[in-house]
Design a protein around this ligand. Structure first.
Ligand code: PLP
Length: 250
């Protein structure tokens, strides 16, 4: 499927109840069950909602990924990734990041005993000097907000694979139209959907896209347990916004 076709159609089957071609806004918190646990795949909308599910499939397709998870903001998506870590773990990241990510790393997760190294990533080999047996994750943003510095994703992915680390790329500024980090070796792509993907300045939302099923299950657990998931109306608005992503980006 070409990018424009994915943007318009991916994840969006005609509604099984009515045949509606546009995904309905399933404005419901909970779902009828025949008996406890005997349901149609939906229990409670913090964890699963059909409108959000259609959006997540579309988001995954845009990044050539198998799985997508939508969050109530870009920071909510970042927060979920950081909750994969444990006290004592270390993260290598850039010294030029979106300010909100820097604030979360230094003023929230540093307090839980996670150590962050902020490096000049214009030369990816710098990373090698900071890897030790506590390093778990490399977080890069490229281009950076707001100074548009570039990091070589494939070069960083080579190091992360060699050292068995998770590589997460904040791809907000490039958009999936211009850059697909998973194709370059990243494990997780993060977006502030609030920006280009949504495109109309009427929704705040975040997303993670990835291929590894175990990692997806761990992130889904955090997403459902911690609850930073978006509602169906916002999911619908983003599905509609995405339909012009390829026109807005080229
Ligand atoms: C590069 C980047 N990452 C993350 C975020 C955070 O996203 P949100 O505002 O949707 O929480 C932003 C927001 O400006 C951003 O520009």
């Amino acid at each position: 499927m070409k990018f424009g076709t994915k943007a318009i159609h991916a994840g969006q089957e005609p509604d099984p109840t009515t045949g509606a071609v546009m995904t309905p806004i399933y404005q419901t918190s909970t779902y009828w069950q025949k008996s406890p646990g005997d349901n149609k795949g939906y229990e409670y909308s913090r964890g699963t909602n059909p409108t959000r599910k259609a959006l997540e499939s579309c988001l995954a397709a845009l990044e050539n990924a198998q799985f997508g998870l939508a969050f109530s903001s870009g920071m909510g998506a970042t927060d979920a990734v950081m909750k994969l870590l444990m006290q004592g773990d270390e993260v290598i990241t850039g010294n030029d990041l979106y300010g909100g990510s820097y604030r979360m790393f230094t003023r929230i997760f540093a307090n839980y005993g996670i150590k962050f190294h902020f490096l000049d990533l214009s030369e990816p080999d710098n990373i090698r000097h900071y890897i030790n047996d506590k390093t778990r994750l490399i977080w890069i943003e490229t281009p950076t907000n707001p100074t548009m510095q570039i990091v070589d994703i494939a070069a960083v992915a080579k190091i992360s694979k060699e050292k068995n680390l998770l590589l997460v790329v904040d791809n907000t500024f490039a958009s999936p139209y211009l850059q697909n980090p998973i194709d370059l070796g990243a494990d997780i792509v993060m977006h502030s959907v609030t920006k280009y993907i949504s495109g109309h300045s009427d929704v705040v939302m975040g997303a993670l896209m990835l291929n590894d099923e175990d990692l997806y299950k761990r992130l889904w657990f955090i997403y459902n347990a911690c609850g930073a998931t978006p509602g169906p109306m916002d999911s619908f608005l983003v599905l509609r916004g995405i339909k012009t992503l390829h026109l807005r980006c080229c």
